[in-house]
Design a protein around this ligand. Structure first.
Ligand code: ADP
Length: 396
């Protein structure tokens, strides 16, 4: 029996899933939110039941302790040494990591060095790594990077057309994100296509954050996020690609600071900014159906941005075998998938299977046999990839 915990430590949250790796089933999962507050929220799912409690959790150390105490208390594990491996999701691995690695002092130093590239993420990840190391010293730890899958991109797709020294001297380039999800989903599609030697796939990860990746022969060839997750398509609250001069205009004419501008682009834009209603596609859709014009426009822009990238990646790849939709919107929102596919039907020869799209559940094909490109819905499972890499690298 080998138990592995997949951990995603954010600035004020700690998400976890505990796996029994013999059959890869999730024993328990949950999240500690609002770390640092007196009214932090701890939610744990176990045996089909969900329990939530509100309590003070001053730092990530207490969050980890709370989680581990609960595992013992509920007899989910008899002893903490039952947990043999800890897999940490790390947002930014820079150009150092093209695959997952066992965490040692050198890996920690590199994650720390990369904090300027992911200030909201890499710092909290390190706190999470150290907290678990202290709590379960017997367990091995592995880092699984969101950027690793995209390290296969050719320079023509990751170098920004700004003076080259900004790349060589300051590491400013496209890194991409959601790599673990793009990897998992594209591998599932390759399996479903019957493992062809060569396959070109476009993965549309549409969640609160969203990105598209062009996958060539199982490797990332291009992706829509950039130096940070702000680039690419329109998202829940992020603007995605816009003219960089908007930044200067806001600074010069509106007297906004760099921090205010970037916060506006990250937290107040996207579906929320355009609709004025919400960053959640379900709320925006409900408002659009009631006749809210800005909500209707927000959905139209969202879908158009995805179409733009599918078009770009189709030409970049030459031909496309399959498109896959994943994450919160990609998996659950049949009307978004329908609208996007309807817009590209004529250009691509895609023939959507409306019934499978609307009424089907889980992983499935949503195009008819005569469709020139197969389209799939693939529920993503980043935690499973983290747990598998942890098991493999620790030889468990
Ligand atoms: P994150 O990027 O936070 O991991 P998720 O992949 O969980 O995001 O996606 C969350 C988003 O998915 C929500 O904000 C919402 O817009 C969308 N979503 C979830 N369920 C549905 C649904 N049934 N219909 C439409 N959109 C949905």
């Amino acid at each position: 029996m080998s138990k592995i915990i997949a951990v995603n430590a954010g600035s004020s949250s700690l998400k976890f899933q505990l796996f029994e790796m013999d059959d890869e089933h999730v024993i328990t999962s949950g999240i500690v939110e609002r770390i640092g507050m007196d009214d932090a929220i701890f939610t744990i799912k176990y045996n089909g039941e969900k329990e939530t409690k509100t309590l003070p959790v001053p730092t990530h150390n207490e969050a980890v302790q709370l989680l581990l105490d609960t595992l013992i208390e509920k007899k989910i594990v008899h002893d903490l040494t039952d947990i043999k491996g800890i897999g940490h999701r790390i947002v930014q691995g820079g150009s150092y990591f093209d695959s997952s690695v066992v965490i040692d002092e050198d890996v920690k130093a590199k994650i720390k060095e990369l904090i300027p590239l992911a200030p909201l993420h890499n710092g909290p990840h390190l706190i999470g790594i150290n907290a678990f190391e202290k709590a379960i010293p017997s367990a091995g730890a592995v880092a699984v990077f969101d950027t690793a899958f995209h390290q296969s991109m050719p320079p023509k797709n990751y170098i920004y057309p700004i003076p080259y020294e900004y790349y060589t001297d300051h590491a400013i380039r496209k890194y991409g994100a959601h790599g673990t999800s793009h990897y998992y989903v594209s591998q599932r599609v390759i399996d479903l296509l019957g493992n062809p030697e060569h396959s070109n796939i476009i993965v549309a990860h549409l969640g609160a954050g969203g990105s598209l990746t062009a996958v060539k022969d199982g490797k990332s060839y291009d992706t829509s996020m950039g130096l940070t997750p702000l680039a690419g398509i329109m998202m829940a609250t992020r603007c995605g690609d816009i003219d960089a001069s908007v930044f200067d205009f806001m600074a010069e004419n509106l007297g906004m600071s760099a921090h205010e501008i970037i916060t506006t682009f990250n937290k107040k834009s996207g579906l929320l900014g355009v609709s004025g209603v919400s960053g959640d596609m379900r709320d925006v859709k409900a408002a659009a159906e009631e006749g809210n014009k800005r909500a209707q426009l927000a959905i139209e822009i969202f879908e158009n941005r995805v179409v733009d990238y599918i078009g770009q990646y189709t030409f970049e790849l030459g031909h496309v075998d399959a498109i896959a939709f994943t994450a919160g919107i990609g998996e659950n929102s049949d009307f978004v998938r329908h609208d996007i596919l309807a817009k590209i039907t004529e250009a691509t020869g895609i023939v959507i299977d409306e019934d499978a799209n609307k009424n089907g559940k889980g992983e499935r094909l949503i195009t008819k046999p005569e469709s020139k490109i197969k389209v799939f819905v693939i529920p993503t499972d980043e935690e499973l990839v983290i747990a598998r890499d942890t098991k493999r690298l620790l030889n468990l």
